[in-house]
Ligand binder design. Structure first.
Ligand SMILES: NC(=O)c1ccc[n+]([C@@H]2O[C@H](COP(=O)([O-])OP(=O)(O)OC[C@H]3O[C@@H](n4cnc5c(N)ncnc54)[C@H](OP(=O)(O)O)[C@@H]3O)[C@@H](O)[C@H]2O)c1
Length: 447
């Protein structure tokens, strides 16, 4: 079968890769793929996936005619800017102008027996939170949505007795490289206007590819919503994303003015299922992980700078957890009163830490408070971490601004018994503590 994929961005490329893999497994009749991009620099990567690569804009009549010259199936996965927000004029140039050109070419393309287009659920507009399906009259509420609907109308006009036209209305795409997580990182800890109660439908990139491939294999015709099973409210999604990552939650303020509330609709995927497609990702799965990354380091380092103690813990564990795991972020000048950790069982008072950023000076002391050993621990340096035995008295100083340590101790955390301080040393916040800290830091300047 000869297939042309117009617009090999994220979805188009994944689709080409899928068909290539299938062909390698000889699970179907051989396919000859023509792939398009608008950028010369993407040619090489696409040449590994298709028989022919053309650099074109689909509103260029001659170029589109060449791309579709032998095609039996044309899949349109074009989009003006990926996840980037673009204006309605860019939508018009990408979608409407391309499909006007396609309509113009149709009389000369009798071989073309199917057109598949990845459109958007945006054409439904706002349904006040109600469910909508393919029989619901589209009612786009902005220029972007109207242009997408115009584009669908142009494509519908390409249908003949011999040619099917399948319009896949997609939810918001998530998946590799476009994780839900990344999109919302910047919203953590902010206050948003409204109540977050509007619904949004999502679809995994692999299911977009799966639906297109099945649409071609089974010659689907007409409109099919390609969304997962579980529309989420924006507030619910953000809460789950923030919880899964240990980020500050998003607050909602219904009093805050906003230009236009988001469209609220729940999209049904009954037709997709009735056609026999089984979703690989029936709902958005949030990876249960927390990233120890530069963004987190910067946030906690700023909190440490603002703290009178000049340090700040960021716990990864809950208070009752059997293992304490946390970041300890320190600024030079922070005073850690010498202490040891002792637990009921021998060996359980260990403390293990690794310096992830910056450097610390670690001092080990005897019971009389004399320094018996000092060690410089530095991210990327010859010694980056240490495992301290049960009962070893110690203190440390920050040798560089924004120093980040990752620590592990036995839990659960009990404030009254976690540390056994050497009371001969000054308490935190005193002038004596400040001069002692400066003297300890000085030892590492000399070394
Ligand atoms: N993002 C979403 O959440 C979402 C939601 C609903 C529907 N969709 C639809 O899903 C489809 C696939 O999206 P995607 O994420 O794969 O988009 P993408 O990564 O941005 O890829 C878009 C592709 O279209 C090409 N293109 C741009 N303008 C063109 C033009 N005038 N003529 C021909 N090709 C053009 C791009 O060329 P280059 O290779 O040069 O970049 C790129 O190959 C699109 O049809 C989009 O409308 C996306």
């Amino acid at each position: 079968m000869r297939i042309t994929i117009v617009g090999c961005g994220d979805v188009g490329t994944a689709l080409a890769r899928h068909w290539r893999r299938q062909a390698a497994g000889e699970r179907q009749q051989p396919m000859t793929l023509t792939l398009t991009t608008t950028r010369e620099e993407r040619r090489e990567a696409l040449e590994a996936l298709g028989a022919r690569v053309l650099v074109l804009r689909a509103d260029d009549r001659d170029a589109l005619a060449e791309a579709l010259a032998e095609a039996e199936v044309a899949v349109f996965c074009l989009a003006p800017g990926g996840d980037r927000a673009v204006d309605a004029a860019a939508y018009a140039a990408t979608y409407r102008d391309s499909f006007r050109t396609l309509v113009d070419l149709m009389p000369d393309r009798p071989r073309l027996r199917q057109i598949v287009y990845t459109g958007s659920c945006a054409v439904y507009g706002d349904a006040g939170g109600d469910w909508v399906d393919e029989t619901t009259a589209p009612d786009p509420r902005d220029d972007h949505g109207r242009l997408l609907l115009d584009s669908e109308t142009l494509l519908q006009g390409c249908r003949t007795a011999e040619r099917t036209v399948c319009l896949l209305r997609l939810g918001a795409i998530h998946g590799p490289g476009r994780q839900v997580l990344h999109r919302f990182r910047r919203l953590a800890g902010t206050t948003r206007p409204g109540d977050g109660a509007s619904h949004c439908s999502w679809i995994h990139r692999d299911d977009v590819v799966g639906a297109i491939a099945t649409a071609v294999e089974q010659r689907w015709d007409g409109i099919v919503n390609v969304v997962d099973d579980a529309p989420l409210t924006v507030a619910d999604l953000l809460q789950r994303v923030c919880e899964a990552n240990g980020w500050e939650p998003v607050q909602w303020d219904p009093e805050q003015p906003r230009e236009q509330p988001p469209a609220d609709r729940r999209i049904r995927n009954g037709r997709l299922k009735a056609l026999g497609y089984r979703l690989r990702h029936p709902q958005v799965q949030l990876p249960l992980l927390r990233r120890l990354d530069a963004t987190l380091f910067d946030t906690v380092a700023e909190q440490a700078r603002q703290s009178p103690r000049l340090r700040r813990n960021h716990n990864l564990h809950a208070e009752a957890d059997p293992v304490q795991r946390f970041l300890n972020v320190l600024q030079p000048g922070t005073y850690v009163r010498p202490h040891r950790h002792q637990r009921g069982r021998p060996g359980a008072g260990f403390e293990c830490f690794v310096v992830l950023q910056g450097a610390v000076g670690l001092l080990l002391l005897d019971a009389q408070g004399e320094v018996i050993h000092q060690e410089r621990l530095e991210a990327g340096g010859p010694v980056q971490g240490i495992d301290l035995a049960d009962g070893q008295i110690h203190t440390l100083v920050a040798l560089e601004p924004d120093t980040v340590m990752f620590e592990i101790k036995e839990g659960p955390y009990r404030p009254a018994s976690d540390k056994d301080f050497l009371t001969a040393f000054p308490a935190e916040g005193t002038a004596a503590a400040a001069s002692l800290e400066a003297a300890w830091r000085e030892r590492f300047a000399e070394a």
